[in-house]
Design a protein around this ligand. Structure first.
Ligand code: 6GU
Length: 228
């Protein structure tokens, strides 16, 4: 799967991509990640990418004239223009269903904004898939892009070890329950014991306990998941 990350700050992604599972996914060829700096498409001598909003007000707006040609150039780098995602708090709220939808794409462009957002004509001309990662404010789309990249990447067959991928994760299609409590050695710690049933060796009883535990935890912590 090809990812093209379009940003003013490609450096933010460096250490993230060079660690653990993500690095493994890149090295093994499951994903290819390229970076494109919007500033390279700035067309004045100061390399301006943002400007004051018409009508006044605080903050700066990302200019249409570097952003649109930049995205178009990236789209045209391959035969398949790819699926364009733009990160904005005004987008649809990201979840596991959207990750499952996006992993079907062969190529995804992730457009990260900074400042107070993009000129409206960026949206009008590029018609991006606008995504937010939740109801809180970030300085820009870079962290959101990492969230989305990681959640998509781990759905690609082979990227996770068998141990992890065999498990059906919470929030995935057909699973609206939280995970059960987990225990490992020691059997007792500061007077707290592992539930007896987990030590019994009775797999049927263990499965029953786990399912009951998941239902109870979901009822208590996320009743909204049971309503869906
Ligand atoms: Cl995608 N961008 C920004 N700036 N803030 C956010 C967000 C995105 N998602 C949640 N908050």
């Amino acid at each position: 799967m090809q990812f093209d990350i379009i940003t003013l700050f490609p450096g933010i992604f460096e250490s993230y991509l060079s660690e653990s599972i993500l690095r493994n996914a890149v090295e093994k060829g499951y994903i290819h990640v390229r970076f494109h700096n919007i500033r390279d498409w700035a067309n004045d001598k100061h390399l301006t990418v943002d400007d004051r909003p018409f009508g006044g007000g605080p903050g700066m707006v990302m200019k249409v004239d570097p952003v649109v040609p930049c995205v178009e150039a990236v789209q045209q780098m391959e035969e398949d223009p790819g699926h364009l995602v733009l990160f904005t708090p005004q987008g649809r709220t990201f979840n596991q269903r959207i990750a499952e939808e996006l992993v079907q794409e062969k190529r995804i462009l992730l457009l990260c904004g900074r400042y107070e957002g993009f000129d409206q004509r960026v949206y009008d001309l590029l018609r991006p898939d606008e995504i937010s990662i939740g109801d809180y404010v970030l300085n820009g789309g870079e962290v959101a892009a990492m969230v989305v990249l990681e959640s998509i990447m781990r759905l690609i067959p082979g990227v996770l070890g068998d141990e992890d991928s065999a498990k059906v994760d919470s929030f995935s299609e057909g699973n609206r329950l939280l995970e059960e409590e987990q225990y490992t050695r020691p059997r007792e710690y500061r007077g707290l014991s592992v539930p007896e049933v987990l030590l019994s060796g009775n797999h049927q009883e263990v499965d029953k306990w786990r399912m009951q535990n998941r239902i109870e935890r979901t009822q208590e912590r996320r009743p909204d998941l049971l309503d869906q």
